[in-house]
Design a binder for this molecule. Structure first.
Ligand code: FES
Length: 105
């Protein structure tokens, strides 16, 4: 599954991710900068904040209530904000791109 991470300054990182990983794990494994993931994917830190490309918003679904409350701690939250540790990579997400915020947390 191909994923693209776009840093705040426009630098893009294309990554090949196995289904079952989270979008956060795929970034960390591939040394994509800008996703801190301090809590290691437990939905407890909001430092894996990303903005999901509009075209994929329906496919990635809505944040769970727990994610929803963590997102309130993310800086510069927007309509398409998600915590990348709460998005699981699957075939349907092939081609997904996410933008990274300037700062995490
Ligand atoms: Fe901590 Fe996603 S890694 S909330």
């Amino acid at each position: 599954v191909k994923l693209t991470y776009i840093e705040h300054d426009g630098t893009t990182h294309d990554v090949e991710a196995a289904p079952g990983l989270t979008v956060m794990e795929a970034a960390v494994k591939n040394n994509v900068p800008g996703i801190d993931a301090d809590c290691g994917g437990a939905c407890a830190c909001a430092t894996c904040h990303v903005y999901v490309d509009e075209a994929f918003r329906a496919k990635t679904g809505e944040p769970s209530p727990m994610e929803e409350s963590m997102l309130d701690f993310a800086s510069e939250r927007q309509e398409n904000s998600r915590l990348s540790c709460q998005i699981t990579v699957e075939e349907a997400l092939d081609g997904l791109s996410v933008r990274l915020p300037e700062f995490q947390g």
